[in-house]
Design a protein around this ligand. Structure first.
Ligand SMILES: [Zn+2]
Length: 275
């Protein structure tokens, strides 16, 4: 069984076939999916949890968990109502993580200072609810300041909680991966691991300890080869797992077992939570 640690199941791109898409995932050996609750704006952060409840306990569908958070470029919208909504969602047992949150200096959007201040407020809520966090970190090409700023914030505001989290769709270098591990994070690889130009990333993935790795789709984005450019879906997480297995000279089954164990350990999951 594989776990897709990051998929946007609430995307409107699944409006016509969400249930069939989830059945394809189950048939492909995906036992659980973490549905990311950021919507297209903070007002929609409950949608992942709604999907989680909609399919709860249905046979032939992966166990679903949800997260809730505010995407870096939506941090200028943070107000007391949004923070209260996030806090309420994180109280639900199925909403196991706060995210994706973090810093994105790659795209134009919320000013960097607004992103940093927003992230710190979100960390306070997650810490109070004792929820691990899902981090999105994207620097501008050839720069490291997003990572530098992120680590500074996590050292001060997250390490003391001991809660850890996931570096989602990891795209950093070996040093940034090691700092993430040192902060108690798991490192999650997405479909871009399979792309021809991603050799530096594959070199990083080959060198990290297996007991700290996860795989994800980030669906509907980042479809792995040979589906690159198409709408992605959790069924295809096995292609990233295959690439990771090849890099490390282990079987795909070993990758599946290790990443599932890592996921369950981080979130302290008991079998009665989720689907
Ligand atoms: Zn995402």
């Amino acid at each position: 069984m594989l776990i897709d640690s990051h998929a946007h199941l609430d995307s409107p791109r699944y409006s016509d076939d969400r249930e069939a898409m989830l059945r394809r995932a189950w048939d492909a050996g995906v036992g659980a999916v973490l549905a990311i609750g950021i919507g297209e704006e903070p007002a929609e952060m409950h949608q992942a949890y709604d999907i989680c409840r909609q399919f709860k306990g249905q046979p032939g569908i992966p166990r679903l968990y949800a997260s809730a958070g505010v995407y870096p470029h939506n941090t200028s919208e943070i107000d007391d109502a949004i923070l209260a909504k996030l806090d309420g969602l994180l109280a639900a047992p199925e909403v196991i993580a706060c995210g994706e949150i973090g810093l994105d200096y790659y795209h134009e959007g919320a000013p960097h200072a607004t992103q940093r201040e927003g992230l710190i407020r979100l960390l306070e809520i997650a810490a109070a609810r004792k929820r691990p966090i899902l981090i999105h970190c994207r620097p501008k090409d050839e720069t490291t300041n997003a990572w530098d700023d992120l680590f500074e914030i996590l050292e001060a505001h997250w390490r003391p909680t001991g809660l850890g989290g996931i570096m989602h769709c990891f795209g950093g270098n070996l040093e940034q991966a090691r700092r993430s591990l040192d902060l108690g994070f798991l490192v999650s690889f997405a479909g871009n691991l399979t792309y021809p130009k991603a050799q530096p990333l594959r070199d990083v993935a080959a060198r990290l300890p297996l007991d700290r790795l996860l795989v994800e789709t980030d669906a509907p984005w980042l479809a792995p080869a040979p589906y690159r450019g198409k709408r992605n879906e959790p069924a295809w997480v096995n292609l990233t797992a295959q690439t990771l297995a090849g890099l490390r000279g282990v079987s795909e089954q070993e990758i599946a077992q290790a990443t599932t164990k890592n996921f369950n350990r981080l979130f302290d999951l008991s079998p009665d939570v989720g689907n």
